[in-house]
Structures are given as C-alpha cells and as structure tokens.
Design a protein around this ligand. Structure first.
Ligand SMILES: [Zn+2]
Length: 306
C-alpha cells in the first residue's frame, strides 16, 4: 500500500535525499498555546480566495510558469494522498486547533475506504480536491491516455461519492497529478472541462524519512525563502502529522498568513514566474520516466509466461 502510494518522482527524490545526507537538525517543537475551539490566539485563516477555473488553469511554480496571486507572506496549505486513518485525523486535529482551512487532494480509493474522514474535512471547512483514483506507480504519464482519463474520472467519482454521497463530479474542479506527471493531452482535456491543475510552489519533501524537527527546519527555511505560495504536504506521513502543530505555531510567530482556496466561477488572476524560470518537476520526470517504464517492462517480462 505504502509503496503504491509513493510516486516514482517521490521514490527518486527519496534516493537523492539519501545521497545528499540531509542531516536532522535539532530544534524544539513548541506546543500550541490555546484551547481547541478558541480561535483568539490561533493562527487562523486570513482570507478565502475564490479560484476561477473557467477554461482551465495551471498553477504552481515547481511545474508551471504561473501561480496564484498571493500577497507577500500568504501561504496556501495543501495535503496530498489521503485520507489515511492513522495520520489524517491528526492533521485535521492540528488544523482545527489553529482554525486553519486547507485543501486536501484525495486519492480516490483512500476516500472510498474512509468516507467519514472526507466528510469531516468538509464539516471543518476544508476544500476537497482530487489526485487520481489509485495514484498509479507508473504515474498517469506512464499509462495510456485512456487509462489515465479513467483514473482521473474514477478518482473524481470516488472522492465525490465519499464527500457528498453522489458522484456527479467533480464538484470541486481542482486536480493534482500524482508525481506532477501531467501530459499536454490530459492538461488540455482537463482545461476543456474547466478543471484546474495544481502544482505547488514549495514542498516539505516529506517523502524523505526524517524527524519531525528536521522536517520543520527544512520547511521553515523554504517558507522564509519563498515568502509566499502553495505548500505541498502529505497527510499520509506520520512525520508531517507530528510536525504540523509546531509548523502552524512557527507560521504564526513569524507573521505569515493562511489563505483558504475555494472554487468560484470565472477565471483567476495569476502571477508569472520570475525571469529564468524552468520546471523543476519536468526536469526530474525526464530523468525518471524512461527508467520507470523500463523497470515495469522488466517486471512484466519476468512474470509473463512464454
Ligand atoms: Zn501523491
């Protein structure tokens, strides 16, 4: 289960991390200082931003040359791959304590298995987006276009069934490709359905095993450097769930503000990437995909009868 939830991109990133020997930094994890249900001393949600998806939208500087029009100091929290009972509940608890609204990009089969958790996300005011049905190990780029469309649509249906009790979807037209492995054809298909493709502006690299304290130090360094943006985390990672209360406390301490994104009609204003931009995920995928497909064919050859 764990292996299939991990994208090839993430697996490669993990190997690179091991090579780079990211050393755990020793820092303390402060406790949240106010009671649940009381938002007066909490980080809170500074504003809600309607995201118009008419004609499609591709945002997130790790993959695309444009991103959301956030002001300096504003961040959007996004969580991928859940819900999983062991960790997603802790993430929701931490967000609730700090009165923070986030966006969850669900894996359809996890939503199907944990509908109560999806309903809790809605009840607590979060946005429920989509991340394919099964998060295929080969990514959607590594399977046929027809199979990829089916993965995407099955994901929408499973998520919406879990969330709203009906699969008419997607009700929230926000999609993120597993491993950021999009294709032009799929991007255009989603755009023709007025569905936004979300990348990320920064991430926690929480696919690398590390202590919550190391995770926090790494992420806060990136937050300070970026100054604003869409943050990618994984609510399926125990280290992320463990770090989250301290992360939210650190954001508050440094005066950063949380923006909650929700769908709206029309088109969105976006900001361009800085000059000299290039897609970090595309560079990684160009290296990974041939190896990934080769290993799959190798495995198939080994198990196929002659
Ligand atoms: Zn994912």
């Amino acid at each position: 289960m764990q292996a299939t939830l991990r994208t090839s991109f993430e697996v490669l990133a993990m190997r690179l991390a091991q090579l780079l020997l990211i050393a755990p930094l020793v820092i303390s994890l402060p406790e949240a200082g106010h009671a649940e249900g009381d938002c007066s001393g909490a980080l809170g949600t500074a504003r809600t931003l309607g995201v118009g998806t008419e004609g499609g939208l591709e945002i997130g500087l790790k993959s695309y040359p444009r991103t959301l029009a956030l002001a300096e100091g504003e961040f959007v929290l996004t969580f991928d791959d859940g819900p999983l009972p062991a960790t997603t509940g802790l993430v929701l608890d931490a967000l609730k304590r700090e009165c923070v609204k986030a966006t969850f990009f669900l894996v359809g089969r996890n939503a199907q298995a944990n509908p109560d958790m999806v309903k809790r996300m809605l009840r607590e005011g979060h946005t429920v987006g989509h991340h394919s049905y099964s998060h295929p190990a080969l990514t959607l780029r590594g399977i046929s276009d027809a199979a990829a469309r089916s993965e995407i649509d099955r994901g929408f249906a499973a998520d919406d069934q879990a969330a709203y009790g009906e699969a008419g979807g997607p009700r929230v037209p926000f999609f993120r490709f597993p491993g950021f492995a999009d294709t032009r054809t799929l991007d255009d298909w989603l755009a023709s359905r007025n569905i936004a493709v979300f990348g990320a502006d920064l991430w926690a690299s929480d696919w690398y095993p590390m202590t919550p304290a190391a995770q926090l130090a790494l992420l806060m360094g990136r937050v300070d450097k970026a100054g604003r943006g869409i943050i990618l985390l994984h609510d399926t990672r125990a280290q992320t769930a463990a770090m989250l209360p301290a992360f939210l406390a650190a954001l508050k301490e440094r005066g950063y503000r949380i923006v909650h994104i929700v769908p709206r009609a029309g088109r969105s204003e976006t900001l361009p990437a800085p000059p000299g931009w290039s897609s970090e995920t595309e560079a990684a995928l160009t290296k990974i995909m041939p190896r990934l497909l080769q290993s799959e064919h190798g495995e198939r050859a080994a198990i196929e009868p002659r």
